[in-house]
Ligand binder design. Structure first.
Ligand code: SF4
Length: 450
């Protein structure tokens, strides 16, 4: 794994409801379709079969995995797809008895998909096997992909993401990062900016950060206007729009915390509806970083330019530590890996844009994760709704509280960010698989479904 993971990889514009179960599978299906064509099998392909293992087999349909794979196979990508069309992809394939590999129409039957929740492939629990078959049932091409969290995809035959040259300030942990800041005199935001410019060039970087923040803002604003019921049989009523209407009647400075929560809920309701959302660093936890950044703009006087650059870059620098040294995948580490990581990233970003020192930023990130340790993943019915939506609102508040605590100190503290990241990793390993995106434990089995 490269020492520096780019903000443009951690924050990707995609669709809901899940980075590992929707965004990753769509990317995998698209990669497979491109491989079928590249290896000259497209003409002979009569149909495609897909096997979903482990967590994808357990909660895939509730997370939009089947829609995402049908859409990805036809050539859609998370960044450019039409979310409304993706939502209809599976039903359309059933209705027409056909689906597409890129432009080629092929036969479809529900039995083309096999769900194997009890089989966990060695490399990762979110595994997918694709097979292209000719008219006689002979296998033309078979590939296995893994959706490893945050929309990242890896494959048995190759790493799906090509390796990049090393960034000038690559770091392996928070201690290393702080040491580099001390030695160079750079802030974490400046150091991250130099890294990103070296990887992408200044123009592309600035355009991309602006597009990411705009998508986050749009998601909040759209979510604050959207009413109705979320998809799925749970019939969960959207509430961000009602919250916004009520909050508008108060003295605005007295309800900043409530707005913070409404922002997070707005994003996660958009996510649960399968709409355009930024993976940050996952979809289930997608509300926290936008909510805290928007709160900084609305209530702390931080400019949009600073939020879209420094806030996002510092949050991503901390997120890269979680991805590198622990996990941002609910299937690997439970919800501490998703919501806990996002909470810690948001705290770091907020501390940075409020003028915190590197030590205070590290302290804020550490506090935010410390109190998410052990958090399990137990989405009711396999939908990224309960407890996910409210959990983002609470975690956004935790991030702001962590920053307040850290900014009242001088940055010195006993438990380091590296220690809580390692603790999160170990806790994830110890956690029963019931609590890792399988919906086989916790609230998922104790809430009566009606
Ligand atoms: S409980 Fe947490 S990790 Fe699980 S789906 Fe919801 S947000 Fe993601």
């Amino acid at each position: 794994m490269p020492d520096y993971i780019s903000a443009l990889d951690l924050f990707t514009i995609g669709i809901g409801p899940s980075s590992s179960h929707t965004v990753g599978p769509m990317r995998a299906a698209l990669l497979f379709a491109q491989a079928v064509r590249a290896e000259g099998h497209l003409g002979a392909t009569h149909t495609v079969t897909v096997t979903l293992f482990g967590s994808l087999g357990a909660t895939g349909p509730g997370h939009g995995t089947t829609n995402a794979i049908v859409a990805g196979l036809s050539g859609d990508s998370p960044e450019l797809c039409n979310p409304e069309q993706v939502l209809a992809a599976w039903d359309t394939a059933i209705l027409n008895n056909s689906w597409k590999v890129l432009d080629k129409e092929i036969a479809f039957n529900e039995s083309n998909f096999s769900f194997q929740p009890l089989i966990r492939l060695e490399k990762h629990s979110n595994a997918m096997k694709f097979r292209a078959l000719d008219v006689d049932g002979n296998v033309l091409l078979e590939q296995v992909y893994y959706s490893v969290g945050g929309g990242f995809v890896e494959a048995d035959h190759q790493l799906a993401r090509t390796a990049r040259p090393a960034a000038p300030h690559s770091f392996i942990n928070a201690e290393h990062l702080l040491g580099m800041c001390d030695e160079s005199g750079l802030t974490i935001a400046e150091l991250a900016y130099q890294n990103e410019v070296s990887l992408h060039g200044e123009e592309l970087l600035n355009q991309s950060l602006s597009a990411i923040w705009l998508a986050m803002e749009n998601c909040i604003e759209q979510g604050l206007k959207s009413k109705g019921v979320l998809p799925g049989y749970l019939q969960v009523t959207r509430r961000a729009a009602d919250m916004a209407e009520r909050l508008a009647k108060f003295d605005q400075n007295e309800v900043s915390n409530e707005w913070l929560q409404a922002y997070a809920i707005a994003v996660n309701e958009q996510n649960a509806s399968g709409m355009r959302v930024v993976t940050a660093p996952t979809n289930g936890a997608a509300g926290i970083i936008p909510a805290v950044g928007y709160y900084a703009m609305k209530f702390k006087g931080v400019s949009r330019e600073v939020v879209q650059r420094d806030y996002l870059l510092v949050a991503a620098a901390v997120g890269s530590l979680y991805k590198r040294n622990a996990s941002i995948s609910g299937a690997e580490a439970g919800c501490q890996g998703e919501v806990g990581s996002a909470c810690s990233m948001a705290a770091a970003g907020l501390a940075a844009v409020l003028g915190g020192t590197s030590q205070q930023i590290e302290n804020a990130a550490e506090i935010a994760m410390e109190h998410n340790l052990g958090l399990t993943c137990d989405p009711v019915g396999g939908f990224v709704q309960m407890p996910c939506i409210e959990r983002n609102a609470i975690a956004a508040g935790t991030a702001v509280s962590a920053v307040r605590l850290a900014m009242l100190g001088d940055g010195s503290h006993k438990i380091s960010l590296d220690t809580v990241i390692e603790t999160m990793r170990q806790t994830g390993i110890d956690m029963s698989s019931k609590y890792k995106e399988t919906s086989l434990g916790g609230l998922a089995v104790n809430v009566v479904e009606c």
